[in-house]
Design a protein around this ligand. Sequence first.
Ligand code: HEM
Length: 206
Amino acid sequence: MRYRWWRLVVFALTLSVPLYWLYLAWQFALGPDPGKVLVDNLGQGALVLLLLTLSMTPLQRLTGWGGWLAVRRQLGLWCFTYGFLHLASYLYFLLGGELWRLGGELVERPYILVGAFGFSGLAILAMTSSRWSMRRLGKRWKALHRLIYPIVIIVLLHMLWVVRSDSARWFLYAGIATVLLLLRVPLMAMTLASVRGRIKARTNLK
Ligand code: HEM
């Protein structure tokens, strides 16, 4: 398998982050409300992984290195996993496992519904990420996986609702997402490819 070590490094890093947070919770090192910190960290981790997944294609276009694409699917699946753990820790720590309170929560905090839309989109992408689904869906697979763009916007809206008073972090993520979404516009993608061509030509000249 190509890029075996690179894939393993990405796997080990993405697995070790939530394990480290769990370890900190175990050591009572997450402050007075460890459940809330875990929910926030996992939500933010899922968003970072979503943006990383989106950045793999532009990075491949810019550098020509195939390793970026080799880990794209894995990063997408990790994003779903972090999203799932974010949801599970919300249900366990913040709702105390009292699922019947969910209806009231949705009315009181509509951002939960927005998050649920984002999570449902991620679940669809994760369930159809296998080679088998790719073959079965054919051209429709690509169209379906364009869902990632509205998902980014939905998740940013979900986060904005939560962090209203501390919006600096939100602007950082929204700025990165805007650049990544703009790079998918065909003209920008062509510009990226031509930048790479120029860099390559210059390094060949030296
Ligand atoms: C059913 C699905 C979801 C539920 C129930 C949910 C629930 C929550 C809750 C309750 C909070 C606020 C916690 C607090 O009081 O601080 C939160 C924050 C957040 N969520 Fe979600 N969420 C969902 C899906 C998602 C998804 C799919 C993502 C990302 C891919 C995400 C990313 C975030 C982020 C970035 C924050 C802000 C964290 C911070 O303040 O640092 N959420 N979510």
